[in-house]
Design a protein around this ligand. Structure first.
Ligand SMILES: [Zn+2]
Length: 317
């Protein structure tokens, strides 16, 4: 046994011997728990936030994945991160916020509508010890298929039968506009159709909120428009601790956290999205926030550190 290990054990033993009564500064719950591979649970005050991986999509890398960088630049960034340069693997990671009284799912996964390597949300939920019927609230960041398709099965059944669903009002207004859908060429209407399939039958009960509002105690919505017209981020706050769930403010970290000015092909308004990205990243570093993102490196929760013109994303586990 090395000297450092021996002194570490001695220190642990003396901590364990401390009387717990009146020792309010010692937290008995570890800040980060690994529930299963890719599933991490972090404490945020009295809340916990658990990543629930829905799997990945592997895309062949082509010119245009990043709108404003050359294929060679993108390949160099992937190589620097030790990743393959002929494809990109994009994770999908909904988050579960447990406030003690509520179980809130942030975004809803691909269901059976994405790549065969996706649609694993319910499997992850099970590994975290929960049934779909226990989810009482679902908050959606935006209406791209990878965030909403999992809310309803191919047969039409709601996946989370007891959940109240909250969505950004500007996102609803954009995608539910029939005139806008009909103005698109037929092959560009897929996402409009997905929105109608998922939300059409429950249009009366879905709650539409104006981004900026506190949705529930400790869950504040923040306008983050650009990726889509109503794309929204969320600040989770309890006991003076915060976690920023920025949804699709960036796509994969080695490209878009490292290079915040790069625009992924899915950004509807690249310049608005870039400004949001810069603003939230600056805030995350200034406030040393825990950051969670839908397409970040698993488990999808971590912190940012500045590097060059961008940042590194350091996952918590
Ligand atoms: Zn997405």
């Amino acid at each position: 046994m090395s000297l450092s290990r021996r002194s570490f054990l001695a220190a642990s033993a003396s901590v364990a011997a401390l009387p717990l009564v009146g020792c309010s500064t010692v937290s008995l719950t570890p800040a980060v728990t690994t529930v299963a591979p890719g599933i991490a649970r972090v404490r945020v005050g009295n809340f916990s936030v658990t990543s629930l991986p829905d799997g990945v999509a592997v895309r062949p890398l082509a010119e245009g994945f990043v709108r404003n960088a050359s294929l060679a630049q993108v390949q160099a960034a992937l190589a620097e991160a030790g990743l393959p340069t002929d494809s990109v693997t994009v994770p999908f990671t909904p988050m579960l916020v447990d406030t003690g009284s509520r179980k809130i799912l942030l975004d809803g996964g691909n269901g059976t509508f994405g790549a065969p390597t996706s649609g694993k949300l319910l499997e992850s939920l099970g590994k975290a010890g929960l049934q779909p019927s226990q989810i009482d609230t679902i908050v959606i960041s935006h209406f791209h298929g990878d965030h909403i398709n999992g809310l309803r099965s191919k047969e039409g059944a709601l996946t989370f039968p007891n959940a109240k669903i909250l969505v950004p009002a500007p996102e609803w207004a954009w995608w539910m506009d029939d005139a806008r859908m009909n103005a698109q060429p037929e092959n560009a209407r897929g996402n409009f159709m997905a929105v109608r399939r998922v939300f059409g039958p429950i249009a009366q009960t879905v709650e539409r909120f104006e981004p900026g509002r506190e949705l529930l105690p400790g869950i504040r919505s923040m306008p983050a428009f650009g990726h889509t017209a109503g794309h929204t981020s969320f600040m989770v706050e309890s006991g003076g601790q915060k976690l920023l769930y920025w949804a699709d403010t960036t796509n994969i970290a080695p490209l878009f956290v490292r290079n915040p000015d790069w625009a992924v092909m899915f950004d509807a308004d690249p310049e608005a999205a870039r400004k949001v990205r810069r603003g939230l990243m600056e805030m995350a570093v200034k406030e040393n926030l825990l950051v969670a993102g839908y397409h970040l490196t698993l488990p999808g929760i971590g912190r940012l550190t500045p590097r060059g013109n961008g940042y590194d994303f350091k996952p918590v586990a």
